[in-house]
Design a binder for this molecule. Structure first.
Ligand SMILES: Cc1cc2nc3c(=O)[nH]c(=O)nc-3n(C[C@H](O)[C@H](O)[C@H](O)COP(=O)(O)OP(=O)(O)OC[C@H]3O[C@@H](n4cnc5c(N)ncnc54)[C@H](O)[C@@H]3O)c2cc1C
Length: 328
């Protein structure tokens, strides 16, 4: 290993890095390593076709990195959150309103709400484009990683190809192959609650005379009190043009453990069924929901070696790190 590296008198060397997975995490790693002067190749199993969007929040810590890396945040068309509004389950009346007007002043950066696809495209552009410091990262799609030789830094792909790098970073999501290869197999079981996600076009809601929730620039939620699982979370994205709804309910009312995010859309009746007493205003939004998909929820134990802080990388794992932004 180390055949591609260039040394300096300070001991710093430019690494050839292979990143497995080209999601939000992989693109972020690529930007960060590119800015630090390393040469990055991203290997993605898919070609990104067929992705369905939903909102992803990016609080001050994340926004700070976007600025430090010189990411064109406007490309992500975020909504800057101004409030957190908790509404009564049945009437929709605000129970509490938490004002975020001083958020940027307190934390240094704003609280962005992105559409996942837009966020991904924004990061991908920044990682791959010629402009900006560092060498542009290379992206190899249709490269599913199936194995890594940790001694030589060689990655093996399902398509029969191989690649060798000084460092391999696993950014291949919640079902990470890289994590398994380095011996981290987290204990994972289905959560006691289920979640269906739906998108509502603000324009469609307004045309039907429904409440325009985009005006609040707020993360809004109904329920979640009294220890119940029933909860609706609304986050606007795409500059307010899209309302992204997360609808949580007990798993007994609908079990999606065996269905993937990339599966077929679910019917709107299935989305409404668990919520007979929900505020009619938000319910009429859900009734025009599109792209209704299960968001599978897991309870996952953190690997002891990561949790205790004793060590993050085992000696035999020296060529591979893993990263995942996925909280599920
Ligand atoms: C509806 C929904 C809402 C979400 N909301 C939030 C949120 O608000 N906040 C939040 O932090 N997270 C949220 N998440 C989770 C979100 O998806 C993750 O935070 C984020 O996408 C994780 O990024 P990642 O790059 O770690 O993983 P992923 O986005 O899963 O990307 C992993 C990539 O690796 C690729 N890959 C996998 N295996 C291989 C392999 N063997 N070889 C090569 N490539 C491989 C995959 O194709 C994928 O492109 C949400 C997820 C969903 C589905």
């Amino acid at each position: 290993m180390g055949s591609h590296t260039s040394h300096t008198s300070s001991g710093w060397r430019c690494l050839s890095v292979g990143v497995v997975g080209g999601g939000i995490g992989g693109m972020s790693v690529a930007i960060s390593l590119r800015r630090a002067g390393h040469n990055v190749t991203i290997y993605e199993r898919n070609d990104f076709a067929g992705e369905v969007g939903a909102s992803v929040s990016c609080a001050a810590n994340g926004t700070r990195w976007l600025h430090e890396w010189g990411v064109d945040v406007a490309k992500g068309d975020p909504v800057v959150l101004r409030k957190l509004i908790n509404r009564d389950w049945k009437t929709g009346e605000p129970v509490s309103v938490y004002d975020l007007e001083d958020y940027e002043q307190r934390w240094g950066y704003v609280y962005n709400m992105f559409h996942r696809q837009y966020m991904h495209a924004m990061l991908k552009d920044c990682a791959l484009q010629d402009e900006g410091p560092g060498n542009p990262a290379k992206l190899m799609v249709n490269h599913p990683c199936k194995g890594i030789d940790l001694d030589t830094g060689t990655i093996y792909f399902d398509n029969g190809k191989t690649a060798q790098h000084d460092l391999v970073v696993g950014a291949d999501g919640i079902g990470s192959v890289v994590r398994k290869i380095i011996g981290l197999t987290p204990d994972k079981r289905p959560a006691p609650s289920s979640c269906l996600h739906a998108n509502v076009l603000t324009e469609d809601a307004v045309k039907l005379g429904l409440v325009d929730y985009s005006r609040d620039s707020a993360l809004q939620y109904w329920g979640g009190q009294e220890g119940k699982w029933d909860k609706i979370v609304l986050s606007p994205c795409n500059g307010g043009k899209l309302l992204s709804y997360y609808c949580f309910f007990p798993r007994e009312k609908g079990d999606y453990v065996n269905q993937t995010w990339r599966g077929e859309d679910r019917p709107v009746e299935e989305l409404l069924a668990p919520f007979p007493e929900l505020d009619p205003q938000v319910k009429s939004h859900l009734a025009i929901g599109i792209e209704i998909r299960p968001w599978r929820l897991w309870v996952q134990c953190v690997s002891p070696s990561l949790r205790t802080g004793e060590r993050v990388i085992k000696p035999e794992e020296r060529t591979a790190l893993t990263t995942s932004f996925d909280p599920a």
